[in-house]
Design a protein around this ligand. Sequence first.
Ligand code: ASP
Ligand code: MG
Length: 385
Amino acid sequence: MTHDPSSSDANAHSIIVQKYGGSSVADVPRIHAVARRVADSVRAGHRVVVVVSAMGNTTNELLALARSVSASPRRRELDLLMSVGERVSMTLLAMAIADLGIPASSFTGSQSGIITDTNHVAARVEEVRPHRIQRALKHGHVAIVAGFQGVSRHGEVTTLGRGGSDTTAVVLAAALGAEWCELCSDVDGVFSADPRIVSQARRLDELPLDAAVALSRAGARVLHARAVELARELGVQLLASATDRPAGSGTRLPPGPAPETPIGVTLDVKLVEFEASDLERIQGVDGAVRHIRPGAKGYTLLVDTRNLPESQFHGTGRPVATVTAVGRRLVTHPILTHKALAAVSVPVERWWVDHTAIHVQVDRAHAHAAARDLHATLVEDPHSV
Ligand code: ASP
Ligand code: MG
């Protein structure tokens, strides 16, 4: 995507973007709490652009409503319907902020100049023309932007794919030349592993964007993969924070290469492995293939089924998991590759490296154990690496 360089004005350095996820605005008390947090940032001297998600479970409810009316709703209508969720939260938040004595105006994706392609339900941002946002900031207003939505060149409302508010925040931050883009949720930053699985996981103070991209591609759900990739591409500094903590207390994600030493472990338990004789005849998995190699029938494919109909793999695929450790020395220093593999106490089906990480494929039933093993050896014990 591109943005208009003439749109960044002279005082752009003082602009910050804050994105609040659906659980952060799920009810009226939480909307008031977000309003106070935004007001604190304004009083600290920032010009603030806020991107909001729909309240709580609203998007799912709207989708369920559509399905209860029609088995095959048009994607154009679905986009218009889903865009309503963010319009509700943006207006309520603008009212709550105004009640604190701080002028605030809300804008739809279209009003914010988020121009996308015409691919309904999964549109890509092509350009950002944030003139109205800039005007609002210039007049001392907080600009509240509906996340997850844009407008196509044909004037149709589009949405950016589930979780797309993070994408909105990143592209706006780039277009406005914002100092940073803070992604606020109920999680207090990015951890070295999922704390529900690895009890020793610790919060990272800093995670360079290359490492964040590697972790999110390998299944980590804490950050929105597309948004993190865009942040890297556009050079946007991210911050992952908890809404109920002060700004800046979470994880910083600056543009930059993954660290040399192992920084984190993630696992992907939604993978299916299957054999194929003819790559030309494989349909419906574009973009979801995680790994491909020569196999018994010709090729073996490892496919991420998260966004695919499960029925597609009935009888053909074998459920597997990968555990991934990120850190460049895992790739460049064979002794460390050896340590990683030796640490895994469950059977390793196969493993491979790319330029930032080692990936270990195991039976799904063993995935959590493998994650704990790798984390204990590579991340918890700095002397061992
Ligand atoms: N409300 C949309 C969703 O639930 C977008 C978002 O939350 O970022 O997918
Ligand atoms: Mg949502």
